[in-house]
Write a protein that binds this ligand. Sequence first.
Ligand code: HEC
Length: 155
Amino acid sequence: MISSRSVAVRRLTAAALVSLLAVPTLAATKPAVPVKKPAPAAAPAPAAGDPVNGQKRFKAICESCHFSLKGATLNDLRTKIGPNLWGVVGRKAGTGPSFRYSQAMKTSGVTWTPAVMKPYLMNPLKTLPNVRMAFKGLSTTKDADDIIAYLATQK
Ligand code: HEC
C-alpha cells in the first residue's frame, strides 16, 4: 500500500524533475539575439580631435579674439573682441554671459555641438552669414577637430 506521504514526495520529485528539465529546454529555444551595447543616452558624441594640440591651435589662431576662462569677469571680457568660449560646446549660440552678440548670432537658432561647430570654424561667414566673427576660417579639418576637442574640455 502506498502512503499518502510517499505520493506527495513522488509528486514533488516529479515536479522538481520537470523544472530541472524545463530550464535547459527553455534556454535552448530562446532565439540567440546578439547582445547590443546600449548607446549612452544623453552623452554627447565624443569629439574626434586631440585636445592637447587643440589648445595650442586655439592659442595660435583664436586667442587674439577669444579666451576660454572659467568665471571671467566683465573686465576680463573687455580685453577681447569675441565672447568667452568657456562652456561653449553644447550651448545655444549667442547666449554666453556678458557679451553683446550680433543679432545674426542671437537669432541663428544654432546649438554648438561638435558637428555644428566644425563647418562654422572652417568657414564662419558662409555657415552663419552676417555674424561679426571676422575670421576667414581654419585651413584644415584636423585643426577644427582638435580645437573642438579642446573646447569640449572647457566646462
Ligand atoms: C577676428 C576675431 C576672431 C577670431 C580670430 C575668432 N573669432 Fe570666434 N568670434 C568672434 C566674434 C566677434 C564673435 C561674436 C560674433 C557675433 O556675435 O556675431 C565670435 C563668435 C564665436 C563663436 C560663437 C560663440 C557663442 O557663444 O555663440 C564661436 C564658437 C567662436 N567664435 C569660435 C572661434 C574659434 C574656435 C576660433 C579660432 C579657430 C575663433 N572663433 C576665431 C571673433 C573671432
